[in-house]
Design a protein around this ligand. Sequence first.
Ligand SMILES: Nc1nc2c(ncn2[C@@H]2O[C@H](COP(=O)(O)OP(=O)(O)O)[C@@H](O)[C@H]2O)c(=O)[nH]1
Ligand SMILES: [Mg+2]
Length: 276
Amino acid sequence: MKIQDEVILLLGKTGAGKSTLGNQLLGSRDNKPFKASVSLVSQTENCEVATLTIDGKNYDLVDTPGLFDNRDGSLDPLKVITEFVHQCAGGVRAILLVLEAGRITDEEKNALSTIRKFLGNDATDNFIVVFSKAEPERVMDKQINWNEIEILRSFIEQIGHRWSVAPMRQYYNEDQRRANEKRLMEIKKFISHIKVPYTTKQFEKVQEEQKRLKKEEERRNEKIRMEEERRKDEKRAGILASVVAGAEIGSTVHPVVGTIVGSAAGLLFGVVNASW
Ligand SMILES: Nc1nc2c(ncn2[C@@H]2O[C@H](COP(=O)(O)OP(=O)(O)O)[C@@H](O)[C@H]2O)c(=O)[nH]1
Ligand SMILES: [Mg+2]
């Protein structure tokens, strides 16, 4: 796999329609280089690359493993994407975030916030949201009610309304064919209008910052844990001191019985005291 040109990343969950959209952007003459999945098992374990030409400029279009595919721990897509982005010397021109229209569940919302955090604010100018699997009328009218979902609304507003609808997988008349063509042109126009590519340097900065935040959080948690330990130790020491004091008082009354009764009283006192 060789990365020479600016990169266009296809991101999203498995089954969202990334490979299908990639093939549509490449056009049928490119012989469908990306494998579309027939089941919900990801067909793309590593990143796959094909050349996409827009207005005479070549880009490396990259199909990535689906986010949240690593339920069995065998694949960490963020790691695969990280390794990949590090090879993109020319930077990432566009990030096509593919979301299934009408199926924005908590998982999609999580995917969205994970990827936002993962790439950082610098990537804001490079995102394009593409809604896939929309009904034909929605592809034709570009009608998606994303503004009803708060996290989507804020994200799409933040990225300057760069959103579109993926073309229909199959079309049956001229109107639908034209609508598909229009949507593809729109996505390509968004791509070529993005001014500055997202660089590996920016990505590394975000990764460093996240590592630092993680370490800070670990340190904070360790401090809390130690504080709890200390409090527990104090509690234990308090009980022990009460037992000893009780035994001493008891033994002055009666050497054996007094010690036992005194210890018990001390223990009770200690426990009651410690629980306050
Ligand atoms: N109905 C419908 N199915 C689609 C559309 N796009 C993709 N699919 C199907 O959804 C499944 C997953 O698509 P795929 O491109 O492999 O998703 P990926 O895992 O994100 O790459 C495949 O069976 C596709 O044929 C669409 O626009 N409409
Ligand atoms: Mg795929």
